[in-house]
Design a protein around this ligand. Structure first.
Ligand SMILES: [Zn+2]
Length: 497
């Protein structure tokens, strides 16, 4: 009898929300880890308009980024260890208010993310987006508790960040002949060197604008991770500074793959990237720095006297080893600055991933699980998390780069498969979705490709695994009016209005 009374008391104090038929957790996306009604109010909503006091308690209850949110008829108490935790409590409260108004149910939420890297990548090289558009994206990310914006600032088709020491990077490299009316063909990228009467496409962020974006993001607990691509994807940089090319003044005439990598045989090239990264490190004082390293074809190096001389001098057995030697110098510089470093998964094959260099895995996740035995890993495998792929039938969708990754497919990605070692598990920092913008010329289109798929990413990143798809689907349906209120475009759920 005594045991039964104690059990009743426990049930009365902490009753799972589902017993009451309503589930406040479903109005919050990502859904909190734990939602309970508080017994004293028996799950009844407090009368509309009841004023409550708001109190904050510093408490290590829920770890970094976690929070506890307690709502009673009298007050709202937010317990948190960090400012990020407090911010996320507010975001959850805001989402509850969107549904309940002030007639909030009395409840207790305990919540914390499973993954600390909950990211989104945006390519601003292929198409450029304004400071205002980037701010809006950051605000939307923060609202849904994403916390890393991987900012792909440089690539073959355009250099988008002002570097004081090398002004031509943006004077020349940020502008190209406008071919927006044609299907994307990046081989046709044309960056004019002389007087050019044709209409130019492009743009760049001044250093002041970058600082403004960093401030804006930090206020919302989003870290912007800048990426400076090297040694491939460097056509725009080479057009601005032809001496970066193997052929010296004879720069390639187009951004053709295999011709878009800088000369890594010349010490001046390494110095150029170190100078650029010094300015980037100042502009992003608290960010990991991404140094690219993907998709490099080596034929120019094999034909180049400077590259061949370096291989001989340093006893490098092939062009792969030459690339590794170049990246090692760049990484050593950033390590000296005590910066976290990120690079695409090719770095792992070059033997460069370690405890200080995070491998960003865009190819098979198995590569990531191997890399995670050595150092930190961020997973963004193309098979699940490339949001530039089609999300519906190609004929009925805006032109995209190919593939087929509908919402359901995104939600099958499990970052932690069984049989993963404990070490690898700890080294998986998180996941992100990538938005390469070959075919996305406007932010409206970016948002269309992003939502609703981003909700699957958000839920997996928060919980560390996909859960019930039908439930997510219902949550997304409930979330669409909020997206509309945020003036954020999205693909209609299931392709229907
Ligand atoms: Zn060379």
């Amino acid at each position: 009898m005594k045991t039964f009374s104690a059990l009743c008391l426990v049930l009365a104090l902490s009753v799972p929300a589902m017993l009451f038929g309503d589930e406040p957790g479903k109005y919050i996306l990502p859904e909190p880890q734990k939602v309970e009604f508080i017994a004293e109010a028996s799950g009844k909503a407090t009368p509309a308009g009841t004023p409550r006091t708001l109190r904050f308690v510093e408490d290590k209850c829920c770890g970094d980024e976690g929070y506890r949110l307690e709502i009673t008829a009298e007050d709202i108490v937010i317990s948190h260890a960090t400012e990020a935790g407090k911010f996320y409590a507010f975001m959850s409260l805001h989402q509850l208010r969107r549904h309940y108004g002030e007639a909030l149910p009395a409840l207790r939420i305990e919540d914390a993310p499973a993954l600390r890297w909950r990211g989104l990548h945006l390519d601003v090289s292929r198409h450029f987006f304004s400071v205002g558009e980037i701010k809006k994206l950051i605000a939307t990310m923060a609202f849904y508790k994403l916390n890393r914006l991987h900012f792909h600032l440089t690539d073959g088709p355009g250099w988008r960040i002002e570097i004081k020491k090398y002004p031509r990077l943006t004077q020349v490299g940020a502008w190209r002949v406008d071919k927006t009316d044609q299907a994307w063909n990046w081989r046709a990228t044309e960056i004019p060197l002389g007087e050019e009467s044709r209409k130019l496409y492009g743009g760049f962020y001044t250093q002041e604008e970058i600082r403004e974006l960093v401030r804006f993001a930090e206020e919302r607990h989003v870290t912007i991770v800048p990426e400076i691509e090297m040694p491939g994807h460097s056509f725009a940089a080479m057009m601005a500074y032809p001496e970066l090319a193997c052929s010296g003044n004879n720069v390639p005439v187009d951004g053709l793959r295999g011709k878009d990598m800088v000369c890594v045989g010349k010490a001046a090239t390494t110095q150029f990237f170190i100078d650029v990264l010094s300015e980037v490190a100042d502009l992003f004082p608290h960010s990991p720095i991404h140094v690219g390293g993907d998709e490099v074809w080596h034929q120019c190096w094999l034909d180049c006297p400077d590259c061949r001389a370096r291989m001989k001098r340093e006893n490098l057995k092939d062009s792969e080893a030459l690339q590794t030697a170049f990246m090692r110098d760049i990484i050593a510089f950033l390590k000296k600055q005590k910066r976290e470093i990120v690079a695409w998964d090719e770095i792992f094959e070059g033997g460069l991933s370690d405890a200080q260099v995070a491998t960003m895995v865009w190819r098979a996740p198995e590569l990531g699980y191997r890399a995670a035995e050595q150092g930190p890993v961020v997973l963004c495998p193309g098979e699940w998390l490339y949001f530039d792929m089609y999300q519906g039938k190609p004929g009925s969708e805006p032109l995209a780069i190919g593939g087929f990754i509908p919402l359901e497919k995104v939600y099958t990605f499990n970052p932690f498969p069984p049989n993963l070692s404990e070490k690898a598990r700890k080294n998986i920092l998180g996941i992100q979705a990538n938005l390469w913008t070959e075919y996305m010329t406007t932010m409206e289109h970016v948002e269309y490709m992003l939502f609703p798929r981003a909700f699957a990413l958000i839920d997996i990143a928060w919980h560390g695994k996909p859960r019930d798809f039908n439930r997510l689907h219902e949550q997304i349906r409930l979330q669409l009016p909020t997206l509309k209120a945020l003036k954020c475009n999205f693909r209609p759920l299931d392709g229907k209005e």
